[in-house]
Design a protein around this ligand. Sequence first.
Ligand code: ADP
Ligand code: MG
Length: 258
Amino acid sequence: MKVSIRNLNVKYMPKSKFEVNALKNVYMEINSYNFYTIVGNSGSGKTTLVKSLSALRIGKDINIFFNGKPLSKKYKHNKDLLKYKSDLATTFQFPDHQIFSKSVEDELKLIEKYKKIKINRDEFSSILSDLGFKNFDLFSLCPLIMSDGEKRKLVIALSIISNAKIIILDEPTTGLDPVSEKRVLEILLKQKEMGKAVIMITHNIRNAYSYSDYVFVLNKGIIAKHGSPEILRDKEFMKSVNLYSPYEIIGSLKRSET
Ligand SMILES: Nc1ncnc2c1ncn2[C@@H]1O[C@H](COP(=O)(O)OP(=O)(O)O)[C@@H](O)[C@H]1O
Ligand SMILES: [Mg+2]
């Protein structure tokens, strides 16, 4: 499985005085069995890139290729586009934007209907328990009453169980306690080892450095550098894109260990 993005340019409010060049001349290649991270400071275009990769922004210009075939809305009932969408699971930045049902069970049924798959409830329970959910009757639970962290973990579990070959996550660990954060990362690593392509956006440079096989550094809509996570250790480069390298101490410490 291979996804390529070629020469992707995204403008918001084009031809107006508010025009924003959110992505400029972006090239990417995504393969199975790989864990990718996208890092970049706020406003660098990460979420726009996630929307593009999730085929929400396919325009007339053909710029996403799935196993070598161009995905375009121009062709009605484009089978490759439908196949791509069914092979894809995206968890967006805000879980509230993608939970629609009044119970976890209903949410599973919705995915089964949309993806035309059967979800194994025991397997789903085991993912939830790996994520640290307690073993009470989760299926009847209303997602709306869950805490922010639980909602986040629920949408991650839903994307994993949905049989997707490409899992895209926009800041999945933001706001999670450190134990949950580690659990999420370990589960994603397992997904990669099972042959999936995992693409994670994160502000946590240490996690990007420790977990990913390949890193894209976005700066002002441009991929400033891409390659092995070792590129994150280049302090001068990281400073130039307003980021810190993985083990840099930020500011002066207020307390010492002694
Ligand atoms: N719907 C929109 N309309 C206008 N500008 C937008 C819209 N969405 C994002 N932008 C702008 O595009 C740029 C990239 O945004 P985004 O992709 O959300 O960045 P990030 O996720 O890295 O913080 C920012 O300057 C942002 O203000
Ligand atoms: Mg964002």
